[in-house]
Design a protein around this ligand. Structure first.
Ligand code: GUN
Ligand code: ZN
Length: 438
């Protein structure tokens, strides 16, 4: 039995319903071989962890002391893990009419300039985490702004909720407004102070965060590469090969680089714990190097259609053995919902000639993102020993969905309409570290 901070016994909870977990990667193996589905399942929570999973009636019999919540035919899943987003862009989500570089200059940079104000940063951090939980997302991986206080605001808001989050100060020392520029030295110093303070504190994980190579000088990239080599347990997050004009610009700025990835690789910013957002228009050498070092790419499908970036090659990259996370990329992404994000991944898959199975989509939003963050088995996993970060999905959340699921003849037929048409109304309940969210 787990005990609380004063040695007191902690309540056990037993959640009953349909349970969905995974024992392998359905992008690489037959999905039917790696799915653990039980239409009458149970999840036992002891303290902040899942301590058992199995048949609901058997768990009920073995644990008569547990407090039972019966979700009936709702689906109990690991909480969703968003592997790339920008909490400072919450207020500008769904801004009209621009592609990447114009979108950054017109909407994003003016908004990010406001995060020097700690009260404003607190407000948006709180709002973003509430929106995430309302949409069933229990882990966010966020860029902050150049202001250290924007990082403090986010980690503090997450720690009040005991959420596992990844974040870092976004570093930029060129091609950005004066008010949003740091230097190579201050990027190093501020990032170091922040990671010394936050990395591993509670559930906080620090990611060293050069925004993307157009907004960092070689000196800044080298400073952040050095910092990563001094703190190899941190993650590193950035953007890679999102739009064709961006890639042409990178090649102009770094004429000596072999390709876009090389602008990171040259400066020590390619590694196993690296997260490369978008990665749409990759060249063969880039794919080979990312696979070789075990780095992760992050698919941001609502953003890729919204900003007009291109069609991510999910199946091709999975076959090349790249780790792939799934993400909203708000506010370039147009939704806080990982259900809507799965739907967009499905649509992009269709445009590339591959119909992703609902099991593959759910895996990407949980296990896939957790693997990208190098947190497999800890989060995004409905299994013994994982954090009790759990999302319960109502498969009949709107009349339009319910009339479709009425005729479903298996769990996938019942779940797919919610993936395609669902939103926060489909999130029946969320648990974070064993605590049910009000
Ligand atoms: N590339 C550099 N910065 C950003 C950003 O904030 N959003 C997106 N989608 N791409 C970027
Ligand atoms: Zn992004």
């Amino acid at each position: 039995m787990q005990t609380g901070p004063y040695g007191e016994p902690m309540t056990k909870h037993l959640l009953l319903g349909q349970t969905l977990g995974f024992s392998g990667n359905p992008l690489l193996e037959d999905w039917a071989d790696v799915v653990d589905f039980d239409s009458a399942g149970g999840v036992l929570i002891d303290g902040d962890q899942i301590s058992a999973i199995g048949n609901g009636a058997a768990l009920l019999h073995d644990h008569p002391d547990a407090v039972v919540t019966d979700y009936q035919d709702a689906l109990i899943s690991a909480g969703f893990v968003d592997a790339h987003m920008h909490y400072p862009q919450t207020g500008i989500i769904a801004s009209w009419g621009k592609q990447l570089i114009d979108w950054l200059n017109t909407y994003t940079f003016p908004e990010e300039a406001r995060f020097g104000d700690r009260a404003y940063a607190n407000d948006v951090a709180e709002r973003t985490l509430e929106l995430a939980l309302a949409h069933g997302t229990t882990t966010l991986t966020s860029f902050c702004t150049i202001h250290p206080q924007s990082v403090d605001a986010f980690f503090e808001a997450a720690s009040h909720r005991n959420m596992a989050v990844v974040a870092g100060k976004t570093c930029m020392d060129r091609n950005a407004p004066d008010t949003l520029r740091d230097t190579a030295q201050t990027a190093y110093d501020d990032s170091k102070a922040l990671l010394d303070h936050w990395h591993g504190k509670g559930r906080a994980i620090y990611a060293i965060t050069p925004r993307f190579s157009p907004t960092s000088t070689p000196d800044q990239l080298a400073a952040l590469g050095a910092l990563w080599s001094e703190h190899p347990n941190c993650l590193m997050q950035t953007h890679l090969s999102e739009q064709l004009p961006e890639i042409a610009w990178v090649k102009e700025l770094f004429p000596q680089a072999r390709d876009y990835l090389d602008t990171y690789e040259m400066f020590g910013l390619l590694g196993e714990r690296g997260l490369y957002g978008h990665s749409i228009h990759l060249e063969a050498r880039e794919i080979a190097r990312l696979a070789e070092v075990g780095a992760a790419v992050v698919h941001c499908p609502t953003s890729n259609t919204f900003i007009g970036s291109g069609l991510f090659d999910l199946m091709g990259l999975a076959k090349s053995k790249l780790a792939i996370g799934l993400a909203t990329d708000t506010g370039g992404g147009s939704s806080f919902s990982m259900l809507r994000t799965m739907a967009a991944a499905y649509e992009i898959g269709q445009l590339r000639g591959t119909a992703l199975h609902p099991a593959q989509l759910m895996w990407l939003a949980t296990e896939g993102s957790a693997a990208a963050l190098k947190m497999s088995g800890e989060i995004g996993h409905l299994g013994t020993g994982a954090a009790a970060d759990i999302t319960v999905i109502d498969l009949q959340s709107t009349p339009a969905i319910a009339q479709r699921t009425d005729r479903a003849n298996d769990i996938w037929d019942a779940l797919f309409p919610t993936i395609m048409m669902g939103d926060d109304r489909a999130i029946k309940d969320v648990w974070v570290a064993g605590v049910r969210q009000a």
